[in-house]
Each structure stands twice: as structure tokens, then as C-alpha cells.
Design a protein around this ligand. Sequence first.
Ligand code: EPU
Length: 336
Amino acid sequence: MIQRYEQINLRDRNSFRVEQRAACLVEFETAEELRSLFAARVPDRWTVLAGGNNILFTRDYEGLLLTPVARGIECLEEDAASVLLRVEAGVEWDDLVARAVDEGLWGIENLSLIPGKAGAAPVQNIGAYGCEAKDVIERVHCFDTETLRERVLERDACAFGYRDSIFKRELKGRVVITAIEVRLGRRPQPGLGYGDVEREVAARGGATLRNIREAICAIRRAKLPDPAVTGNAGSFFKNPVVERATAERLLADHPDMPHYATADPARVKLAAGWLIDRTGLKGYAEGRVGIHERQALVLVNRGGATGAEVIAFARRVQQRVAERFGVEIDTEVNIL
Ligand code: EPU
């Protein structure tokens, strides 16, 4: 059922907890509801606001926000090796992970505790601890606002990349994701290769699904601020991918600099958190905005900050990194 709100305060609908307003917000469940909404009148301006965990409102939104609220999870196929689930866009991502772990299904345990809704997972191809949503997403169901029809994209059509997909590019402003299909495995396939994961899992008695989930949750809780307590949107910046020559120049001066190979041998991924940290900004604050003291990639609302204050602060951080290292870091968060 559609629920419509006019002139709504967005504070409780964005994890940064900025106090901007939207002219209109519609909660929807089905593609059919979207069809009747768009068939009646195509709004001049609209976007999707799901969990609000990766968005920064820098001003009031003068258009229509669409929020998916359907929370069904349905099993479409199952065999000895795997299960295919259809997950509606309004399901909390971590509820899906918890359920998978309870049912002995492998594939998303490393993505435990990522805030946000399942429908948002393919947009930025959420990822953590060596796992990305694209590893399990088999197809994505959308409503196409131009044709007013439903549309299904197979994984290969989604152009998934590091924090990237077709939904941030060609299909941005055109489709609304209504559900995803994820394939999870029944056989153990632990991914312990990233950072402290192996040690934390061993400390809990070995690589069971439950131990991995608990280890990931503990690592995240230790490093990342809880959005229920401190307004933030996770990593505010993306890790930059630079030319190999740039990485080599920096490594000559900073041999301890973290760097990761990418699919393209000519390009290397750097850790934006390390770069910001090395400019001395970790824990630094200006007024109501600051950098988290345990993870420099995360900007925090220290209480009552406006979106405009956050973005102005972020621009200064980008400038400091560019001056110090000659590297541009882009925002990961969607700026509106
Ligand atoms: N580092 C520092 N100082 C910092 C932060 C990081 O020196 O303040 C160094 C770390 O020591 C490490 C490297 O930078 O050597 C990478 O740090 P970390 O493992 O914490 O991961 P990240 O690259 O900073 C990415 C994701 C996170 C995800 C973690 C774990 C992005 C933009 N961020 O962070 O995702 O949880 O890896 O996989 O890719 C998010 O997207 O919101 C998010 C939290």
C-alpha cells in the first residue's frame, strides 16, 4: 500500500541525521503501485531514499522521494548446493544476512552489519572484508519509469564494479529497484583473507558461519560508529584507483602505504582512510562535523550539523589529501 507524506522532516530517514525536508515522500511496496503513481503524473524530480545510509542531503529536497517498504523473502529454487532467494527491496540487509547464517547459507556472512536495505545493495555494490554484493546477486528487478514496465537485469547486465553499477550510471534517475535475487551456497566457503578476519574467527573457535558473522560484527563495531548513536554514512569517500606510476611514486616515500592490485594491471587501489589519516586529520573536527577517531574514511555528525556543513568539511578533506599526496578522492556517499 502507498503511504504519502508531504513536507516531511528527513532527520529520522538519513543516517547522517541532517534535518532537511522533502516536499513529498512516498512509501511503496510493489511495482504496480509505482506504475499507477508514474502513470498518473511523472514527477519533475524524484529519487529513491531507501535506508538513507549512503546519502547526504545538503538542502531541502524539492521533489518526490520513493521509499521501498516491502520486506518479503521468498525461496525461488533450492537444491543440494544452493538456494535462490528473492528479496524485496525494503528488507534490511542485515536481517537477510542474519537469516542466511541461521539457515546455514554461505555467501554474505562477510557483509554482516552493513546498514541499509537489500534494494540498495546492488546500487553501490556494497562490499566489505573481501566480499561484494555482486558475488551473490543473480538478478535485479526494477520498475522502469520511462516504459512504466517491470524490467529484470541479469548480473552481467548490471556492470558491477568497485562501489559501482549501472544503477549509478545509465539507469540512474530511470529505474526503481523493487527486489533482488541472491544465490547462497550450502557448502562452507569461508573468506577469511582480509585484515583481522582470520584471527578474530580463530579466536571464536574456527570458521563456522556464526563465528564469521560474530567476528565481522566485532571488527565493524570496533572501527565504525553506530549510526543509531552518531550520525554518519559509513565510508564517506571511495578508495582511489590510481595509475601504477602514481602508486610507485608514493610508495617510494611511504613504503608502508596500503595498496591493492585491481583487475587492470596498470591501476592500483589505495586506501583513502590511510591517506586521510596521514594528513593528520583522523579525529579532527570543525564545529559540528568531524572525522571518526578510529576510521578516517568516516565523517561524523557531532550533533546538529547541516548537510551543507558536512559537504564543506568533506571538500576541505579532499583538498588536504590532494595537496599532500596529489591524489583525488571521490565521495562514496550520494550527495543531494
Ligand atoms: N587505514 C588507516 N587509517 C584509517 C583507516 C584505514 O591507516 O583511519 C588503513 C588500514 O590500516 C588498512 C587500510 O587503510 O591498511 C584499509 O583500511 P580498512 O581495512 O579499514 O578498510 P577501508 O579500505 O578503509 C573499506 C570499505 C569499508 C569496509 C572495509 C572492510 C570502502 C570505501 N570502504 O574500507 O566499507 O568495511 O573496507 O572491507 O571501500 C563503507 O563502504 O561504508 C564501508 C565501511
